[in-house]
Write a protein that binds this ligand. Structure first.
Ligand SMILES: [Zn+2]
Length: 450
């Protein structure tokens, strides 16, 4: 894991955060593509409650949460010995030991995007509570009535799972994270609460492999519309790098342990870089800031508000690589945080040294220049890292979705990962056109109003 305000360049070193060396991880590449159980078979097995229960009790693995009172260590939990664990509907009211516990990091909030889908992006933190190795085969999103409204399985699931211990299966007491992007058609009603049904395979050291299901990870959903904001930049060919939503990339997977709590500040963050007339990122030596034509672009306040935090005094980094030794304090470089109301804070990072035009306490108006685009902090090339969050701390907050009032899309980059090498950008002309009041998606090429 690393603090991530860097651009998607693939040139990522480890990062020291508050004295703790956090190994670089996960742009999705260390998620496993290996599933140990056939999903369909696992799903069927999970519905065969009595069999699953019997094998779980004998195996020393944890049982189906609806059908057994055996404990994860194989001993009889004896929670209610008077109740027959097999079958009856009243079992739903039992207190049962489950092999998995999941929580949603923060209440999710939906946002309408330019693909005419409502995206509900959030993070599931799940712990293997069994004394058996676990693989996750299926994650279903359940509506308030318990009916599945979405599912992740196969390669999609493996692309969304982050194995913290960097392995294919989850050992006892180990955590894994699932980066969800539940979508609904534009206009659909988003449920006010959701939960999740996990289908997992348990492999004890001694004993039979079993499959089971667990319902966990219940959360309410903040169904209010995402905030509407103006553009943070002017002009054409701005690339949405590290944007939402699926597969989860370096912004979304930057779930950070800060002040004793996990946060996902960059859930909806965008790193804006701009293509030049040749449709390349830079023209000239990669390590010269002047090679990037957009270096020094005006950064605009996206809304009226009050400046609540700034950082100044950090020098420019040399483009082309991340400098070692970035810390939590320096990751954002020179930055501005503006309270834009209703619990929303806009964050603008990596600004040029000496370019900030505002101080803490200043009132700003939408469109006002806050400073200039730079390359300070944890950055390997000039860019604006922009996000909206639910508190003033760039790390100790959770990301909130936002919609831009107006932009045009001229296509989606198909070689984003390569453009830091100086190659010409290639475009897939899907979802082109003018858009209002929606969120752009990852790798889209935007024009903002002048
Ligand atoms: Zn960033």
């Amino acid at each position: 894991m690393r603090v991530e305000f860097g651009r998607r360049a693939g040139l990522v070193g480890p990062l020291v955060v508050a004295g703790l060396l956090l190994a670089a991880c996960n742009d999705g590449s260390d998620a496993s593509s290996d599933t140990s159980a056939d999903t369909a078979a696992a799903s069927v097995a999970a519905t065969s409650a009595p069999d699953t229960t019997a094998s779980a009790a004998e195996d020393g693995t944890a049982p189906d949460n609806t059908t057994s009172d055996a404990s994860p260590d194989g001993t009889d939990a004896n929670l209610d010995p008077s109740v027959d664990p097999a079958g009856s509907e009243a079992d739903n009211e039992l207190e049962v030991i489950t092999p998995l516990v999941a929580n949603v990091l923060a209440e999710p909030r939906p946002v309408l995007s330019d693909d005419e889908q409502i995206h509900l992006a959030y993070e599931l933190f799940a712990t293997n509570a069994a004394e058996a190795t676990m693989t996750v085969d299926l994650v279903e999103v359940l509506g308030p009535d318990g009916v599945a409204i979405g599912e992740l399985t196969g390669d999609e699931l493996q692309g969304a799972v982050q194995y913290i211990a960097n392995q294919e299966a989850i050992g006892p007491a180990q955590q894994f994270r699932v980066f969800m992007d539940q979508t609904f058609p534009a206009g659909a009603e988003v449920p006010e609460s959701i939960s999740h049904r996990f289908t997992v395979t348990l492999t004890p050291e001694d004993g039979d492999v079993s499959s089971t299901t667990v319902v966990s990870g219940a959360t309410t959903v903040d169904t209010r519309e995402a905030i509407l904001v103006g553009a943070p930049l002017r002009g054409t060919k701005w690339v949405v790098s590290g944007g939402c939503c699926f597969p989860a990339d370096y912004h979304r997977t930057a779930t950070l342990p800060v002040n004793g709590q996990f946060y996902a500040p960059e859930r909806y963050a965008i790193d804006f870089v701009q293509l030049n007339d040749q449709d390349t990122l830079y023209d000239g030596p990669v390590d010269a800031l002047e090679s990037f034509a957009y270096y020094g672009a005006d950064i605009l306040s996206v809304a009226d508000g009050t400046v609540v935090r700034i950082q100044e005094g950090l020098e420019e980094q040399t483009p082309g690589s991340f400098e070692p030794g970035a810390t939590a304090a320096s990751a954002g470089g020179n930055f501005v945080v503006v309270d834009i109301g209703d619990g929303h804070f806009a964050f603008y990072a990596h600004m040029q040294p000496g370019s900030l035009t505002v101080e803490e306490g200043d009132e700003v108006t939408k469109g006002e220049v806050l400073g200039l685009l730079g390359n300070t902090g944890n950055s390997d090339g000039p860019h604006l890292h922009f996000h909206v969050m639910d508190g003033p701390g760039p790390l100790s907050s959770n990301g909130l979705p936002y919609r831009f009032e107006s932009f045009e899309v001229s296509g989606t980059l198909t070689n984003t990962a390569d453009i830091p090498t100086g190659v010409v950008a290639e475009l897939d002309e899907t979802l082109t056109g003018s858009f209002t009041d929606v969120m752009p998606l990852d790798n889209q090429l935007l024009t903002f109003p002048d």
